[in-house]
Design a protein around this ligand. Structure first.
Ligand SMILES: Nc1nc2c(ncn2[C@@H]2O[C@H](COP(=O)(O)OP(=O)(O)OP(=O)(O)O)[C@@H](O)[C@H]2O)c(=O)[nH]1
Length: 402
């Protein structure tokens, strides 16, 4: 019995000791490492406050006159760096001016230049311009999406003029081609993006097109163009179909200080458009840009939606511009889209995006011919300032090279 009691006592002592060690080591881990004090830290305990004592040292020192104050002769470095914390307001960007953008971005048309411009010049420089060569000229134009009718017109006129010219120098050929391409591009179209209402309400621009063509991006880039021209812009995120479209538009707006009116995802685009114009009027904005959704499978659905947006907006003021955004890389498909949209809503201008990514620059000619509406803007890249006012002369010069 004694042995059992002894064993129990030993076990209790041993476990107790081990437990203490574990707790001790845990405590040690929690304690922050302490540097050993250089000198023993002996401080007297604070004196108890007495009745009438100040709770803290008075902030107002005895005042000195200005003559008594010695200004420091040398600026001394602060002993420790001062960390200032403040919230930065988002930086407002200053967009590039729009004039001459197409000239600056002409290198982006290099694919079209090689396929269309240089291709045609090489063919026309052949010594004998026989039937086969003219057929090749025709194929080159068709492959570059110039369209059947404009291609035939161009070939006919070129044949005629080359015959009259007789011998040809490269300079003369370039001149001929330049003139004929320009004729097809209808140089006297009014390509101004109409953002002036002429009333005391803001100019209203509606941007339409199939999703993925670059509609939201174009609306954002256009806002920058307008801001660069000194206009006050309000954006309407009426593309409620794609969840991120409103965020994307808002980000574009914030970069240039333009406010975005938006609604719930999947909400009614017409009511957002209505609110955007209402707020634009209240704020005295110069222009309201409305991004719409185009992911509608039936023409009736598209017609209903765009028709409603237009009707509702026009309760405030008339639309000044309806821009159709088309992706230049989609060729014939883009033309089919253009036709459908034109039947649904009165298009007043075309924006051709992604011209930097295609050899088919001829789409500019085809789409204008198809709709009888001018290409007003062209997208030449994903950069914020890669949207240029369309200038037929600069475009043809870029295609033909120097
Ligand atoms: N290379 C190039 N890319 C472009 C151009 N314009 C737009 N894009 C790109 O095309 C893609 C689609 O653009 P979005 O603006 O989102 O297209 P969207 O038509 O608004 O599509 P949803 O937002 O779905 O309605 C993006 O990656 C853009 O950066 C252009 O001119 N050149």
């Amino acid at each position: 019995m004694e042995i059992v009691i002894l064993a129990v006592v030993i076990a209790v002592v041993v476990f107790g000791a081990l437990g203490g060690l574990v707790v001790g080591s845990r405590r040690k881990k929690r304690l922050p490492p302490q540097a050993p004090p250089a000198t023993p830290d002996i401080t007297a305990p604070p004196a108890e406050p007495h009745v009438g004592d100040e709770a803290e040292t008075p902030r107002d020192e005895a005042r000195r006159t200005i003559e008594e104050v010695d200004l420091p002769l040398v600026e001394t470095e602060p002993s420790a760096p001062v960390v200032e914390e403040f919230v930065r307001a988002p930086e407002i960007e200053v967009p590039e001016p729009t004039a001459g953008r197409l000239v600056r971005l002409r290198a982006r048309l290099s694919r079209s230049q090689n396929a269309l411009g240089k291709g045609l010049l090489t063919l026309l420089s052949r010594e004998h311009l026989d039937e086969d060569t003219w057929e090749e000229v025709e194929d080159t134009l068709l492959t570059a999406d110039v369209g059947v009718q404009p291609t035939q017109e161009l070939v006919e006129r070129l044949r005629e003029r080359v015959k009259v010219l007789g011998t040809r120098t490269p300079g003369e050929l370039r001149g001929l081609l330049r003139e004929e391409l320009l004729t097809l591009l209808v140089p006297d179209f009014d390509r101004t993006v109409n953002t002036e209402s002429g009333l005391d309400t803001p100019g209203i621009v509606m941007v339409v097109g199939v999703n993925g063509t670059g509609k939201t991006t174009t609306t954002g880039k256009l806002a920058r163009v307008l801001v660069a021209d000194g206009k006050n812009v309000v954006l309407g995120a009426a593309d409620t179909f794609r969840a991120a479209a409103a965020d994307q538009l808002q980000t574009w707006g914030e970069r240039v200080g333009a406010r975005t009116v938006r609604g719930p995802e999947g909400g009614d685009p017409a009511s957002i458009a209505f609110d955007a114009v209402k707020e634009g009027i209240q704020e005295g904005a110069d222009v309201v840009l409305i991004d719409t959704a185009g992911r509608l499978h039936t023409k009736t659905g598209l017609m209903d939606e765009l028709g409603k947006v237009k009707r509702v907006v026009e309760k405030h003021a008339p639309l000044d511009e309806v821009l159709l955004v088309l992706d230049a890389t989609t060729g014939q498909n883009g033309l089919v889209q253009a036709r459908v949209f034109a039947e649904v809503v009165d298009i007043t201008g075309i924006v051709l995006t992604k011209l930097d990514g295609t050899a088919k620059g001829g789409i500019v000619i085809a789409v204008q011919r198809e709709l009888g509406v001018p290409v007003k803007l062209v997208g030449l890249g994903e950069g914020a300032d890669d949207l240029a006012p369309f200038d037929p002369e600069a475009f043809v010069d870029a295609l033909l090279g120097d």
